[in-house]
Design a protein around this ligand. Structure first.
Ligand code: FAD
Length: 448
């Protein structure tokens, strides 16, 4: 049995490890085009902000397993190997070795596409202008770090999704003057309903970020091949460093070349066992669509836990086991300066768009007993289906771990729980953690 895995980060390495555990005899090879495997891309903003352990600017702390450790597990890892084609009928891939410049053909019995996503780049964000970056992988992080060490003082971030927001915090912490340009009217557009987006926008402004919403970037200003600013419809904004964070696209070139079907979202369509429509070809991670358990629709929600889990499922199945990916409920969490933001399920806007008869309740309360010195405001929106009382989602904006209450709602969403179930739950209470009637219980009471 010869297993080939294309892509060596979360999904690819989880798959390779699981396949090895379930089949000690399979030949398992990972082909990765970059110099890095098995790392947590989620930590990139925190290496930049100097929040990680180890030497400042050391992206190596993000690595979970080195190629040598994988080799010890009996998994062959080939770095700097770009898979450029798939012949599904012959069960071979074409591989370009970037060190030797040679191209060769590799046979497989089972092939996993774990090619992830790539950062979207608008036409104006040319690759050959120094100082213009995306943040997707370790080399991107290293390039940004190099510009910071060259003495960049003014940064423009284009895009107010969670990566743009996290980088705004990182660069502000590094002492840069940060301008965040967002073409929509608010930041965090896809994650939250409008009132909660406003809280995030206010947090940025309070932290000194020059937030400009409703702003379109039209082009770059450059001098001697290096960026000096961006041009917007309202005029120029100076910058020594520009981070383009306008979303991601699934890396489906290989899948399409192999005749693998894509879903409506543009990501690879797989079944619950991570099988594609082409015999012997599997896909896992950010490159795939997933089933949203609340709407039962196929969506593209590229996040870390799902990528790892899909990889495990594919790894087991590729060597003849039977594992299934249960789908997601759309849980996400991020920090913006001193505020934490979390969401799960559907926002009211998403529930409306899905044609559900949804109702939301908003509550602003204290996250700990009100008399505790470290009690902070916690804003919660709970959304449920009118009539049935089925929980549909929740949004939180608060401080620190208080927003991890999102996991209670995520657990209920997994079991299609109702508002009544939440209202009756025995949640933990002591003054340093919550009020006796936790904000979730109060919100459920108001909605029920
Ligand atoms: P990827 O990590 O994209 O890896 C795919 C790999 O495939 C790449 O290394 C690529 O080089 C390789 N590849 C592609 N095509 C080829 C080819 N033809 N030949 C050879 N190799 C190829 N998720 C969260 O849940 N929480 C977070 O807080 C969070 N924060 C994030 C912050 C940042 C800055 C970023 C960039 C991501 C963050 N994520 C977060 C998302 C998370 O990192 C991804 O969900 C996860 O990395 C997906 O793993 P993957 O293996 O599917 O794909």
């Amino acid at each position: 049995m010869r297993i080939l895995v294309v892509g060596g980060v979360a999904a690819g390495m989880s798959a390779a490890s699981r396949a090895r555990r379930h089949d000690p005899h399979a030949r398992i090879t990972v082909l990765e085009r970059s110099d890095w495997i098995s790392y947590g891309a989620c930590g990139l903003p925190y290496v930049l902000s100097r929040d990680t352990r180890g030497d400042p600017g050391d992206f190596g702390v993000l690595v979970a397993r080195t190629p040598e450790q994988m080799q010890d597990q009996g998994i062959d890892v080939h770095l700097r190997h770009d898979v450029t084609g798939v012949d599904a009928a012959a069960r071979t891939v074409r591989v370009h070795d970037r060190d030797t410049g040679r191209t060769r053909t590799e046979p497989y019995d089972q092939l996993l596409l774990a090619t992830g996503v790539h950062a979207a780049r608008p036409d104006w964000a040319a690759r050959d202008v120094a100082g213009v970056h995306v943040l997707r992988d370790i080399p991107d992080g290293q390039a940004i770090e190099a510009d910071l060490q060259r003495g960049a003082r003014r940064a423009v971030i284009v895009g107010g999704g969670y990566i743009g927001l996290e980088v705004a915090e990182s660069l502000t912490r590094r002492g840069l003057h940060v301008t965040l340009l967002e073409h929509a009217g608010q930041v965090a557009g896809r994650a939250l309903d409008p009132a909660y987006r406003d809280l995030v926008g206010q947090t940025l402004r309070d932290a000194g970020v020059d937030l400009r919403t409703g702003t379109q970037v039209r082009g770059l200003h450059t001098r001697a091949g290096r960026v000096t600013g961006v041009e917007t419809q309202d005029g120029p904004v100076s910058a020594d460093l520009v981070i383009v964070a306008v979303g991601v696209r699934p890396s489906t070139d290989l899948a399409r070349a192999a005749g693998v079907r894509l879903g409506r979202s543009g990501a690879v369509s797989v079944d619950a066992r991570q099988r594609t429509n082409v015999d012997g070809i599997w896909a896992a991670g950010d490159v795939c669509e997933v089933t949203h358990r609340v709407t039962r629709r196929r969506v593209h929600l590229p996040l870390g836990l799902a990528a790892n889990r899909m990889g495990r499922v594919a790894g087991v199945n590729m060597v003849g086991g039977d594992a299934r990916f249960p789908g997601v409920v759309g849980t996400a969490i991020f920090r913006v300066f001193d505020r934490s933001v979390a969401r799960t399920g559907l926002t009211q806007d998403e529930a409306d768009a899905a044609g559900l008869d949804a109702v939301s309740v908003d509550l602003s309360s204290r996250d700990h007993a009100g008399y505790m010195r470290d009690a902070h405001d916690l804003h919660v929106r709970l959304t449920a289906e009118r009539g049935s009382g089925r929980l549909l989602g929740a949004q939180f904006v608060g401080v620190g771990d208080a927003v991890k209450r999102v996991d209670v709602i995520a657990a209920l969403l997994h079991s299609r729980g109702r508002v009544h179930d939440l209202a009756e739950m025995d949640l933990a209470y002591a003054p340093p953690f919550s009020s006796v009637w936790d904000v979730l219980l109060v919100a459920a009471g108001r909605l029920g």
